[in-house]
Design a protein around this ligand. Sequence first.
Ligand SMILES: Cc1cc2nc3c(=O)[nH]c(=O)nc-3n(C[C@H](O)[C@H](O)[C@H](O)COP(=O)(O)OP(=O)(O)OC[C@H]3O[C@@H](n4cnc5c(N)ncnc54)[C@H](O)[C@@H]3O)c2cc1C
Length: 451
Amino acid sequence: MSSTIETMPLALHAQRAAHDHIRRKPQPRDADVIIIGAGAAGIAAARQLRRHGIDALVLEARNRPGGRAQTIPLAGQKVDIGAHWLHAAESNGLVRQAERLGLALSEASQEPLLMTRGGERADPSDHDAFMDRWEAVYDAMLAHPANGPDLAAGSGFSRVSGGPDRFDDTIRFLHGAFDSGVALDDIDACDFAAAQDDSDLFVEGGYGALIVRLARGLPIHYETPVTRIDWRGTGVRVETPHGTLSARAVLVTVPLPLLQNETIRFAPHLPPEMLQAIHALRPALYEHVVLSWPDHPFADAINRLVAFEGDARENLGMLANIDGAHLHYADLGAATVAACADPRDRAGFVREFLTARFGHDAMARCDVLAASDWAGDPWTGCAWMYAPVGAYGAREALRQPVGERIHFAGEASSATQWGTIGGAWAEGERAADLIRSGLGRPAMPVKARVA
Ligand SMILES: Cc1cc2nc3c(=O)[nH]c(=O)nc-3n(C[C@H](O)[C@H](O)[C@H](O)COP(=O)(O)OP(=O)(O)OC[C@H]3O[C@@H](n4cnc5c(N)ncnc54)[C@H](O)[C@@H]3O)c2cc1C
């Protein structure tokens, strides 16, 4: 049995590894539109603008495209170490892109396999009772009206008839820490209810690999972190370690923690309403631990979510037999990620959790191959952003352009697909269309304010 600790640096390295096929480009130059960030939102915007003949240039801090979507080779398989599910398939623009590229899409089961605290499969009557409760709670949480009072999503439990239920902790974990990256008592009821959740799909070759394909041919400058945006006078000046570039408009798609901690600064400062929106949303936490586990007990559960009856906080969700092979995700939610800042401790948590249920013998050949660390990643700092109670309106506020030349887009600005690649993609396209319509007008000067 190889040790968890020994295998970990491989994964952390892989997350930051260079993509061989990316050639270094010449020094960046001025453009009509500068897009900051080559994640799903930035790539969607660049494609949209260039399709309409607009000179758009992308500046990316890392040495690869995709941001929080990244597919890495592991044990002969392609594994997504970030986003993996194509959520809200009916409205997800990436589904169309995958189809256009001829990539196979497979359906993700919506029904978790429930395991008891003792490591047994729940018997059929318990499983049915769990599913009934799961659906009733979900319906109650979705029923919160968009203009209703400020409540936490977790208030939905009190609206389900029959009082507390033995499955409530497990359901709290699955809808909260696991699905939302935050406890249900901390997330706004409207934010939770607005997130579209119809069918989910998986894409052949990995979600990260799809985003890399869609970035091909775009003018992206890697290892070019933006440090400051100067929007005094007309247009914008975008500062990077390789020099200052001018543009008529800028689209900022970086994760919000990087704006909250002023990794990118603005001169003059952003208006108070935009600063308020940026600071209103909070980082959600969610990480993958990838296991090789030949003796696992889920042989017939292919690409299926496994749920464990247990705690609302210290629990995990598994995607068993990713793409039909013997690799599995053990996915950790907000409380465990926060408690285990070091990915090695997260891997240790997973081993302990599974050993307690399945015993040492079953775990003898279970190896941790990789553990993501998006929370500790200097260019991310979160899995996605959630709206705390009362802050749902911040997503709409983020969509308002500043001075007709600073625009924001990304998963965080999506009202209905936040926390997803599909949402980031749609937001990139939305912002590109807005920028395009604005470029027809002369650039507006702003009154200079001291930064
Ligand atoms: C573990 C995990 C699992 C997830 N699972 C799913 C899933 O199954 N399905 C799903 O749809 N979503 C999932 N998500 C969420 C999804 O990955 C994100 O919502 C989506 O990738 C966000 O895209 P984006 O373009 O908004 O931001 P990003 O992908 O973060 O792109 C922003 C880019 O900006 C760059 N950048 C940052 N700072 C600077 C700077 N100063 N200068 C230049 N560039 C900069 C970053 O390097 C990055 O490339 C998951 C996320 C995580 C962490």
